[in-house]
Design a protein around this ligand. Structure first.
Ligand SMILES: [Zn+2]
Length: 185
């Protein structure tokens, strides 16, 4: 289709040019602005009217506010500004947003690595993923009140490996870290 005509916007359905295509879309193509943007993969902010028409409309609105036809209500205005664009994102907007999110470099521990708190990085990630999805994860077996003193002694006994302590107590390593903190070096 043609590139651009000053003061006009093109309807991507039929290729005709208009000062504004909003009413044309509903009248001729039976589509809402939203359906049109979705159909042509356009972002939510894609303009459906020429700049000078939009400018003229904004002048008219300002004049109406000045002569009192329109009340300039700051509460309504700020609410409108706050919610502008919410829920109006088209597939094109979401795709662009996902692209941006993907382009942000994430520091991720490699498979099999341990986090600083001793938790297994992959497991921690999986747990996090499940929690975000609203799926409850079990905290794992607990240290019982009866064996807590023994557990503490074992944890800080550096002749035992951390894995050994966890295995003997039947708890996860992460449980021990949560309870007693790091063992020192
Ligand atoms: Zn058209």
């Amino acid at each position: 289709m043609a590139d651009s005509k000053p003061g006009l916007v093109q309807c991507l359905e039929c290729g005709r040019w208009f000062r504004a295509i909003g009413s044309h879309l509903t009248r001729v193509h039976g589509m809402t602005a939203r359906q049109y943007r979705e159909h042509h993969d356009l972002p939510a902010g894609h303009k459906l009217a020429s700049d000078d028409l939009r400018e003229a409309q904004s002048h008219r609105t300002r004049a109406m506010i000045e002569d009192g036809t329109l009340r300039n209500d700051p509460v309504t205005a700020s609410e409108a500004a706050r919610t502008a664009g919410r829920g109006n994102r088209t597939a094109a907007d979401l795709a662009r947003q996902a692209d941006i999110a993907r382009s942000i470099p994430r520091k991720q521990l490699p498979l099999g690595a341990k986090r600083a708190d001793g938790r297994d990085a992959d497991r921690a990630r999986e747990t996090q993923r499940l929690r975000r999805a609203g799926i409850r994860t079990s905290p794992g077996p607990k240290i019982t009140p009866e064996n807590i003193a023994a557990a503490r002694t074992m944890w800080f006994d550096l002749s035992l490996s951390r894995q050994e302590v966890a295995a003997r107590l039947g708890v996860r390593l992460s449980t021990l870290y949560r309870r007693f903190g790091p063992r020192g070096r």
